[in-house]
Design a binder for this molecule. Structure first.
Ligand code: ATP
Length: 201
């Protein structure tokens, strides 16, 4: 079976936590391809985010050294709400014989019950999850508890044997805004892009 990982995120900016997570998932799942899917601009007013063209460019620079990683603008070019359920349907049509995995950190998994059509989503793709610092699965909300236990047993949710570095895009944006160095948290090409375009200052 051809395993393909879909990795959605804001990637504002992409960092070593994302790349560690993707590498660990690709190895554990024996995936042939990992597709990073930067989110589009918010379709309704929420927290501001960096324009999609910059987030897409930074993700493209970050995956360049990894031949099995690629970036897709699928969630950027669609208009209106871009639900994960719809994204997965698109990739199911593109790769009908592949096993798709949606990759996420435990902080995102703990919100899954708030996602559009989440029960349908988990019927159409498997989830690959890494525990993120501060988001223990011991805190799984009541709405997900019984589903999660069964899904892990059935292999519909795969828990990754890895602990990604404790880095977040929020922490990077805040640190850059104070003029401090973030180079340890990002690929050098992404740091250079941020400097060149004077982002997050
Ligand atoms: P922000 O701080 O802006 O919320 P973020 O660092 O969480 O950003 P996102 O682009 O929102 O990054 O994350 C995309 C996905 O990657 C999410 O499922 C998130 O849980 C996961 N992820 C991001 N950073 C890590 C990390 N350090 N460890 C484990 N999972 C992570």
């Amino acid at each position: 079976m051809n395993n393909i990982i879909l990795f959605g995120g804001t990637f504002d900016p992409i960092h070593h936590g994302h790349l560690h997570l993707a590498r660990a998932a690709a190895e554990q799942l024996n995936a042939t391809q990992t597709l990073f899917l930067p989110a589009g601009e918010p379709y309704h007013k929420t927290t501001p985010r960096t324009p999609a063209e910059h987030r897409l460019a930074m993700a493209t620079l970050a995956v360049e050294p990894h031949p099995d990683f690629a970036v897709s603008d699928c969630d950027i070019i669609r208009s209106g709400a871009t639900y994960t359920y719809d994204t997965v349907q698109i990739f199911k049509q593109l790769y009908p014989s592949a096993q798709l995995y949606w990759l996420l950190g435990s902080d995102s998994l703990l919100q899954l019950h708030t996602w559009h059509k989440w029960r349908d989503l988990v019927r159409h793709t498997r989830l690959a999850v890494a525990v993120r610092a501060g988001s223990s699965l011991a805190h799984t909300p009541r709405e997900l508890q019984s589903w999660l236990g069964t899904a892990v047993q059935n292999g519909e949710v795969v828990l990754l044997n890895t602990t990604p570095p404790d880095i977040s895009s929020t922490q990077i944006r805040h640190t850059l805004a104070t003029g401090s160095d973030v180079s340890a948290w990002l690929p050098e090409a992404v740091s250079a892009y941020i400097r060149q375009h004077r982002l997050y200052i």
